[in-house]
Design a protein around this ligand. Structure first.
Ligand code: ADP
Ligand code: MG
Length: 261
């Protein structure tokens, strides 16, 4: 996936899984630095597993995954949204400031430059004025804004987003998608697990279609062809995943004009 840029990630026959059961098989190839890559596929396709492998939460069962020019601990990783984040007794300011821990340490005070960066990150996601609001009181969209502010502070060359727009309002999606665009313009590599194909087509030049293995990878328009999507669906069905809740919901913008089931 490159236009000559050096790779930031290299997969070499990579297989990842749990308790010796493979979840995603035999990935190969490079991801070029500066890529803006969507990862799509049915439920259970191994999308989240792949991100966990990249951050080192899972060790390869087979093969290798190489990070090039970046350390694991410097990857910014937004996990699939959970209710856990919202249950911490912490205010927005401190929640966002955690994005600086890798750079400042958890227990050192923040200097003036750091305090300014925190303020700017909160402003960039539109949460200025809410700094002292406990995160447990936020809407889903506001919490996701706070999580994005934390990613801003991590200032990472590699940003992984796992279903960043699930269950949040359209305005928030638009604002956060704008941040993703900005990160990519700044030269960062962004890999996002997404379900909304209309959004993928519009905002992501490259796509990786997974169904426990790579079904297709490359230019988004080609990867999201009807034939590839059918292959992915069939593969999910063969593996016993429920296809209707799977790959293609919310695909109102499908170029072929009909909805996938
Ligand atoms: P996706 O994100 O594409 O929906 P996942 O990567 O979460 O899929 O899951 C891929 C497969 O791995 C699924 O079959 C899922 O049940 C399994 N799996 C995911 N997480 C775990 C886990 N913590 N322990 C065991 N199996 C898991
Ligand atoms: Mg997932």
């Amino acid at each position: 996936m490159s236009d000559g840029a050096p790779p930031i990630l290299r997969f070499d026959n990579l297989t990842l899984g749990y308790n010796r059961h493979p979840a995603v098989h035999h990935l190969r190839g490079d991801i070029a630095a500066g890529s803006l890559l969507a990862v799509v596929g049915p439920n259970g396709a191994g999308k989240s597993t792949l991100l966990k492998g990249i951050v080192g939460e899972l060790r390869p069962m087979q093969g290798r995954l190489e990070l090039i020019g970046i350390k694991r601990e410097n990857i910014a990783y937004l996990t699939q949204q959970s209710t856990i984040d919202g249950s911490f007794p912490i205010v927005i300011h401190d929640f966002v400031a955690m994005g600086l821990w890798a750079q400042y340490g958890a227990f050192r005070g923040f200097d003036r430059a750091a305090r300014q960066r925190i303020e700017e990150a909160i402003a960039a996601v539109g949460l200025s004025g809410l700094e002292n609001r406990p995160i447990g009181q936020l809407s889903g969209g506001q919490l996701q804004r706070a999580r994005f502010a934390r990613v801003i502070l991590q200032d990472s060359p590699l940003v992984l987003l796992d279903e960043p727009y699930g269950a949040i309002d359209a305005t928030t999606v638009r604002d956060l998608a704008g941040l993703v665009r900005r990160w990519n313009r700044e030269g960062r590599t962004v890999i996002s697990v997404l379900h909304d194909f209309a959004h993928v087509r519009e905002a992501y030049p490259e796509t990786l279609l997974l169904a426990r293995e790579v079904v297709a990878r490359g230019a988004t328009a080609e990867v999201l062809s009807e034939a590839n999507l059918q292959r992915a669906r069939r593969s999910a069905e063969a593996q016993g995943e429920t296809p209707d809740t799977a790959i293609c919901h919310a695909d109102a913008g499908d170029a072929s004009g009909h909805r996938h089931q």
